[in-house]
Design a protein around this ligand. Structure first.
Ligand code: LLP
Length: 437
């Protein structure tokens, strides 16, 4: 995928850079992002919308992978940005991301986070619950400003995906339930609040979705809801945000659609339904995260210990693991990998790839056939660009990897490798303990 190939030395090359050289120069584990491929993913969504005639915003869901360089890239591509915390908002603002294109999500935004976002004049708050509706309104009133909001609704649709990453069903911590009447109550309430400009509604049905039926079902439920609201209040929305969740190909079993194949059925459903009801066509906003960065990221590891249990299994350990990719342990996610330094060698070694953390569940891949592995080989695990670094942690006090963006044979570090000093930077030893032996 993307701009990768096997070069003349039989090594994996990404964005014109030899990954074995990258591993030598920057160390491992190393996240390598194919910059041009991320840009092409952004453009595919823009293009898909351009063909529909709808007014739209494509907001990159920064939770999938957030660094200042990524913010710059997203800004350059003309996308908006979805943030879910003060930390993501701070990073976006520091990177110079245009505040009016920032959307703020989350089911428990703090007073401090809301004030920070109001002061920065962000484009839109996605209000999740009654508590936030009152809190945000009180803060806007205090500051005497009017803020744009969307209400996050749960349309009662459950996407066919892992339980932990499916969010559109009624029994969810997110949003106002449509079927339980809370959405109606919230919208009618919000419309009466002076310091809100109610742009519209939002729904996100889940993540790593391969079909469009869930999105179309959400459009149906939400349009029924909007028609009922119009009958009652006369309100017609201007923005319909359908969230993210578009899938990617981690392994051969995954069959994702193209940006166009995801978007066209959604916009067609909106057009058909709204036109039939004589309802003005809204702007359509979406929030892809994984599908922008997921298959643009590759993790390089160095292979170390190899343990063969005769007749049972061969464990091959790498110098990272659940600290840089917790997804296999958390969701039983599957990944593919290759030997980056001997990509053309015959594959005849059935192995399982283990991380180096003190936990049996720290396995990256069960049962994969590689060329016969040796300590010192470079292993490339593909499609690690989304929710890998984003969920990286310091378990066992492992340092988080460096990240490079590669493009046209050039590599640029966008996040430095964490150091041991970084690990203890915020540690403090109480005076009394300092004095003791
Ligand atoms: N919008 C909202 C409101 C969301 O909650 C999410 C993801 C997105 C957009 C972006 O979804 P995407 O296009 O990336 O699927 N850690 C999990 C994924 C959690 C997704 C959380 N919300 C994983 O590693 O699979």
């Amino acid at each position: 995928h993307g701009n990768s190939r096997i070069n003349e030395q039989g090594r994996l090359e990404i964005g014109g850079c030899d990954t074995v050289e990258l591993a030598e120069k920057y160390g491992t584990p190393l996240f390598v992002y194919d910059e041009q491929w991320i840009r092409e993913k952004c453009r595919a969504y823009v293009q898909a919308f351009e063909e529909t005639g709808f007014t739209y915003q494509v907001a990159y869901a920064s939770k999938a992978f957030m660094t200042m360089a990524m913010c710059r890239l997203v800004a350059e591509e003309g996308l908006s940005l979805d943030v879910v915390s003060g930390g993501e908002l701070f990073t976006a603002l520091k990177a110079g991301f245009p505040a009016e294109r920032i959307h703020f999500h989350g089911n428990n935004k703090s007073v401090e986070e809301l004030e920070m976002a109001i002061d920065a004049k962000i484009g839109c708050f996605v209000v999740d619950n009654f508590y936030e509706l009152d809190l945000l309104h009180a803060l806007a009133k205090e500051k005497d400003v009017k803020v744009n909001i969307l209400l996050r609704l749960t349309p009662g649709v459950s996407a066919h995906t892992h339980e932990y990453i499916s969010t559109g069903q009624d029994d969810s911590k997110f949003g106002f339930s449509v079927t339980k009447g809370q959405a109606q109550e919230a919208l009618i309430k919000a419309l009466k609040m002076d310091h809100f400009e109610v742009l519209g509604i939002h729904s996100h049905i889940g993540s790593q979705i391969f079909e469009t039926v869930g999105f179309v079902a959400a459009v149906e439920t939400l349009s029924d809801f909007l028609l009922a609201i119009r009958a009652e209040t006369g309100y017609e929305l201007s923005v319909l945000n359908l969230g993210g969740g578009f899938g990617i190909r981690y392994t051969e079993e995954d069959r994702p659609l193209s940006a166009k194949e995801y978007i066209a059925p959604i916009t067609n459903a909106v057009k058909t339904r709204f036109t039939a009801e004589n309802y003005p066509l809204p702007e359509i906003w979406i929030e892809p995260g994984r599908s922008i960065v997921g298959d643009a990221g590759t993790t390089l590891y160095t292979i170390g210990s190899i343990k063969e249990i005769p007749g049972i299994r061969k464990y091959v350990s790498v110098d990272g693991g659940m600290t840089d990719n917790i997804r296999p342990a958390l969701y039983q996610s599957k990944y593919e990998a290759m030997l980056a330094n001997r990509a053309n060698d015959d594959k005849n070694d059935l192995v399982s790839i283990a991380g180096k953390c003190c936990e049996s569940g720290d396995m990256l891949i069960w049962d994969i056939t590689l060329p016969e592995v040796k300590a010192g080989d470079t292993l490339a695990v593909s499609c690690t660009g989304a929710y890998g670094y984003a969920m990286a942690n310091n378990y066992n006090l492992l340092t988080r990897p460096a990240i490079v963006f590669v493009k046209n044979g050039q590599a640029n570090v966008v996040v430095e490798r964490e150091t041991y000093e970084d690990l203890i930077k915020r540690d403090r030893i109480p005076q009394a303990m300092m004095a003791s032996k």
